[in-house]
Design a protein around this ligand. Structure first.
Ligand SMILES: [Zn+2]
Length: 342
């Protein structure tokens, strides 16, 4: 018995996966965008399952409130605010010594998508916002790469596999839900069981897409309510939707820098202005009512102001925001997404 057979024999023995699935997994290059609750768990599971090349893309640093649900990080990394890609790479290297890791400390945007996502066989979504997901969707559709969507908030988990032939994420959700209907882990909370379920469903879809390309998973949006608990399967449209610009016209709106969100450091100030992508403006009243009390959210003169541990966010009616407490555009975007959702 070879060392590989000894190591992976128990998953090769599962008939639907088999030694062929193991070989394909070992020869694939996978990318994970976002190393939060979903991405950090997926990275660990994939490293253990036998993936040998893993690109890790994240713009965030480890914080103490991550530790209850995010794998690979500990108190030391939180105290020293270590970038997640570096903390994760260090732990993953210990799982398999010859694993090729490509940590990318970066905020995925239209200008760097080719560099960050190029040369990958499959991309896993560990992001926390629709804007990044549309970007992944459009890039993957344009470049013929499959990707796996995942999301979790509160007690709910979702996952879906998207293949280049469609339907795509835009076929299912033509536009992002407005911020007030899009709770985040900061505003609605998150149980680790919801994150584990979403990542586990993503992993399952990934193993089947890679391991059995001739028998891909059916097109369903999987929605798990982990408290009840219950899993529902919502069927995709049979093929690409007629009105989807990406599938029918070969148009990729999220890859256009003009339509993406922009972050700009304000000269001489510890603040960044965020201009969101085009779309319906947020409902500030509803958003204010959903924010936790410790944010001391105040709606005044057409502005919603809230306190966050890093500083303050002021949101205007058109969706534009000023994030105070940082000069770093990537960090400001992370805080905007975390508290307001996009
Ligand atoms: Zn589509």
């Amino acid at each position: 018995m070879t060392a590989e057979e000894e190591r992976y024999g128990r998953q090769e023995r599962v008939p639907c996966f088999g030694p062929g699935g193991q070989e394909r997994l070992a020869s694939a290059a996978l990318g994970i965008v976002g190393l939060g609750a979903l991405g950090s768990r997926l990275a660990e599971d994939l490293a253990r399952a036998g993936v040998l090349r893993l690109r890790l893309i994240d713009r965030d640093w480890v914080e103490i409130h991550n530790l209850h649900r995010q794998h690979l990080y500990g108190e030391d990394a939180a105290r020293e605010a270590v970038p997640k890609v570096l903390a994760a790479a260090e732990r993953l290297a210990d799982i398999r010594k010859d694993l090729t890791l490509e940590p990318e400390l970066a905020d995925l945007d239209p200008s760097n998508a080719d560099r960050l996502l190029g040369d990958l066989d499959l991309i896993l979504d560990g992001t926390d916002n629709f804007q990044s997901r549309y970007l992944i969707n459009d890039w993957c559709a344009k470049n013929g790469v499959p990707w796996i969507y995942g999301a979790c908030v509160g007690t709910e988990a979702m996952a879906a596999a998207f293949r280049p032939e469609g339907p795509c994420l835009r076929c299912l959700f033509p536009e992002a839900p407005p911020a007030e209907r899009n709770p985040t882990c900061e505003t609605a909370g998150i149980l680790p069981s919801a994150a584990a379920t979403a990542a586990s469903l993503q992993l399952s879809l990934c193993l089947r897409l890679l391991g059995r390309p001739e028998d891909p998973p059916p097109s369903y949006l999987l929605v798990a309510e982990t408290w009840t608990p219950e899993i529902r399967r919502l069927r995709f449209p049979e093929g690409p939707v007629d009105t989807c610009p990406t599938c029918t016209e070969g148009s990729f709106p999220a890859l256009s820098a003009r339509l993406g969100s922009r972050a700009m450091t304000l000269c001489g100030r510890d603040a960044v202005q965020i201009t969101p992508p085009e779309g319906p403006p947020p409902d500030l009243e509803v958003l204010a009512s959903r924010l936790p009390p410790e944010t001391e959210a105040v709606l005044q003169a057409g502005m919603l102001r809230l306190r966050i541990p890093e500083g303050r966010i002021t949101l205007f009616r058109d969706g534009r925001a000023i994030v105070q407490g940082t000069k770093d555009p990537g960090k400001a975007r992370a805080l905007y997404d975390r508290w307001l959702g996009t």
